[in-house]
Write a protein that binds this ligand. Structure first.
Ligand SMILES: NC(=O)c1ccc[n+]([C@@H]2O[C@H](COP(=O)([O-])OP(=O)(O)OC[C@H]3O[C@@H](n4cnc5c(N)ncnc54)[C@H](O)[C@@H]3O)[C@@H](O)[C@H]2O)c1
Length: 251
């Protein structure tokens, strides 16, 4: 299978977390020959991931930008284009969730946070890079959604609504972008012990594997493998799909 990733330029949002999906995606793409731009709101952490990409012999750059700001996303895309000349791959991975609580106890601020980071962030990232990809007549966008957006998230309704929105948004924009040679798809990860797990209900991370057909949590590398496939030449006929990587979780 030819992946065709050598020499491509990728940008990953939220790739600062040293135990998160974004870093695993960045390093896997670097191993396949991509230069990788690392975004996060935490510049120090983004710099650590960028250093690991460079240690693999690829070019990198850390950019601090908040995905909830369309201006910051547009400025980031410009900065990346100025330095690297093109962007072939953009992964909208940054995400966060307010602490779990019943829907009726969620404040407007909780709701806005969940929607802004997880849904507006994906829209802002996609809008920042899409004009460039349309003009170069090629590109791959992967949006990280969640099982919460497919089968619901009890006590995380704002997050679930945002992640469901990511799927609807991705399917629509995928159809608009495909004629320009651009593939937009989603990956839906299972439960993983990343930085994200700090808000998980007590006992979930310890007990969840027992409920899974595969008997283990999802690992960042599982998600990275799926993203590498979706952004490769091998997946050029895959448009507007959700690849669920979750050890057999079903609704
Ligand atoms: N871990 C899981 O169980 C799980 C399951 C399904 C989906 N997801 C999704 O996977 C994605 C990656 O999360 P993770 O599990 O690696 O968690 P993580 O907390 O380890 O990493 C998330 C990263 O996003 C960054 N970030 C947060 N808000 C940001 C913003 N406004 N702008 C830029 N960066 C921001 C954080 O600083 C962090 O580095 C998220 O979209 C999350 O919703 C996670």
């Amino acid at each position: 299978m030819e992946l065709g990733l050598e020499g491509k330029v990728a940008l990953i949002t939220g790739a600062g977390s040293q135990i998160g999906f974004g870093k695993a995606i960045a390093l896997s793409l670097a191993k396949e020959g991509c230069d990788v731009i690392i975004n996060d709101i935490n510049l120090e952490d983004a710099g650590k991931t960028a250093a690991e990409v460079e240690a693999l012999g690829r070019k990198s750059m850390a950019i601090k930008a908040d995905v909830t700001s369309s201006t910051e996303m547009e400025n980031m895309a410009k900065e990346a284009l100025d330095k690297f000349g093109r962007i072939d791959i953009w992964v909208n991975n940054a995400g966060a969730c307010t602490p779990p609580r019943p829907f009726l106890e969620m404040t407007d601020a909780d709701w806005d946070f969940d929607i802004d980071v997880n849904l507006r962030g994906v829209r802002n990232g996609t809008r920042a890079v899409l004009p460039h990809m349309i003009s170069q007549k090629s590109g791959k966008i992967v949006n990280i959604t969640s099982g919460a957006g497919i089968h619901g998230g009890m006590f995380t309704t704002g997050y679930a609504a945002a992640k469901a929105g990511v799927i609807g948004f991705s399917m629509g924009v995928a159809k608009e972008a495909a004629p320009s040679g651009i593939n937009v798809n989603c990956v839906s990860p299972g439960v993983a012990n990343t930085g994200f797990a700090k808000n998980a209900p007590p006992g979930l991370i310890e007990n969840f594997p027992r409920t899974l057909p595969i008997g283990r949590l999802t690992e960042p590398q599982d998600i990275a493998n799926a993203v590498v496939f979706l952004v490769s030449d091998a997946a050029s006929d895959i448009v507007g799909q959700v690849l669920v990587v979750s050890g057999g979780v079903t609704p």
